[in-house]
Design a protein around this ligand. Structure first.
Ligand SMILES: *Cc1c(COP(=O)(O)O)cnc(C)c1O
Length: 231
């Protein structure tokens, strides 16, 4: 039986494939991350059974509550929301990727609470491209200094940039923001900073991931288009 979630995932995958073709890219180069905030564990498992392996939450506490019911899954877990320094330790225990590094202080904290396993945390720097007060992320001009500093955190791997640009009804209007994030990543890559790679661009959500793929996204974060509207 094909469930509604499996159906939705199929449609999202088709849209990813179509956008990739338009951009002359391979669909396999785009990682689909199912964003599971407010989604109960059983439905996350359904998405897993339909083939998804990457899951993202925006709150540590919510992830901690659901994870015991999902501990048998071989999945990659992403934290995509703003993190307070005092949650750095549980965040490292629960997640493989952190998309929202937005301060030196948080980087220091995350670096310090590394697990004994020696596993590194893959980190993206979140950029507040629209300069919106309500959003987290560093200003464009602070990305390079943060990348330079974060390169000295030996338990973190800086792998790219992430952004949640302003919302537009017409997704075409968000294109310049996605393009800007790619340009920023390219600029930083040319500096050849130690321990800093700029290969990942986490950008694009349910209503604009196609535009993001056309502009170079390597990770799209999709919630509603897979699980339906959040209550
Ligand atoms: C909720 C969320 C998403 C997914 O949004 P949808 O519009 O439901 O696809 C993506 N990224 C972040 C950071 C989120 O908080």
């Amino acid at each position: 039986m094909v469930t509604e979630i499996a159906d939705n995932i199929g449609r999202v995958r088709e849209r990813i494939a179509a956008a990739s073709r338009r951009a002359g890219r391979a669909p396999e180069d785009i990682r689909l991350i199912a964003i599971t905030k407010t989604v109960p564990a059983e439905r996350i498992r359904e998405a897993y059974e339909a083939g998804l392996r990457d899951f993202g939450e925006n709150r540590v506490q919510e992830a901690a509550a659901k994870r015991p019911a999902l501990s048998d899954l071989t999945a990659t877990w992403h934290l995509v929301g703003h993190l307070q320094s005092n949650k750095a330790k549980p965040a490292r225990e629960l997640f493989h990727w952190f998309h929202s590094l937005d301060s030196m202080r948080l980087g220091e904290r995350l670096n310090k609470v590394a697990p004994c396993s020696g596993d590194k945390l893959s980190v993206l720097i979140e950029v507040n491209l629209g300069g919106e007060e309500s959003k987290s992320g560093v200003h464009e001009s602070d990305v390079l200094p943060l990348a330079e500093a974060a390169g000295s955190f030996e338990t973190l791997e800086i792998r790219g940039l992430m952004a949640v640009p302003p919302f537009f009804d017409d997704p075409g209007q968000v294109r310049p923001y996605f393009r800007r994030l790619r340009e920023l990543a390219t600029e930083i890559a040319t500096k050849n900073l130690p321990r800093v790679a700029m290969q990942e661009l986490s950008m694009g959500m349910s209503h604009d991931f196609e535009v993001a793929i056309e502009e170079g996204a390597t990770m799209v974060r999709v919630g509603t288009a897979i699980f339906g509207a959040r209550s």
